[in-house]
Design a protein around this ligand. Sequence first.
Ligand code: 6PG
Length: 245
Amino acid sequence: MIRVCADLESLSAVAAGLVAEEARRAVREKGRFTVALAGGGTPRRTYELLAQPPFRDAFPWNQTHIFWGDERCVAAIDPRNNARMAREALLDHVPIPPDHVHAMVCDQSPADSARKYEALLREFFEGGPPRFDLILLGLGEDGHTASLFPGSPVLGERQRWVAEVPAAEQGLHRLTLTAQVINQADLVIFLVSGSSKARALREVLEETPQPDRIPARLIRPSGRLLWLVDREAAKGLQALQREAK
Ligand code: 6PG
């Protein structure tokens, strides 16, 4: 499903409402809410809104567990660190128990750090499949999502839940949930904003490139999938043009 919002602010308000709704539903049904956050810049405003009324005070923080879809192997205080952004925008401003925040930490080799986070997930999900209630994702201009980049050998990973990714052009490594874990989520929401994403969004939604060229196409969850996009990002979508006529 694709929902087009006027701009990033309205997209973020819709996203915050959906996250809050999913949290309350999961807690009603299962007694807890598990969400893997996206990094990058797009989700920041959504996180800021969740830290304010009306969302903050009606959110089941005590029953919520926060994870990440990916992380850069940089210091926790590095501005590129996804957990730092989420703490600044959200987690430092809400009453979530500190031991419910499960950050990806790269304090060993990237491979060992990936194994450590996978062990954390296997323990948390008690050996069963890692079925997150919600996973938030962004979309890169090259069609990547989380740290699943075009041509990466991780795209075909079927056993591991968490993998290390050499992001050579950025001079660092990253950790990422694998596509097979993301696809087990009950709900996946992509947040896509800006004209710079229009081509990638069209390629994901309306063309049939090789999945390893547009990794976001690998995301076909057994649960629900929602594309929350703004008008700028949706400009290239033919289907919407037809609807608009
Ligand atoms: C990250 C994300 C990455 C991001 C896209 C879009 O850690 O940066 O995992 O996949 O979602 O690159 O980033 P923007 O939202 O900044 O455009």
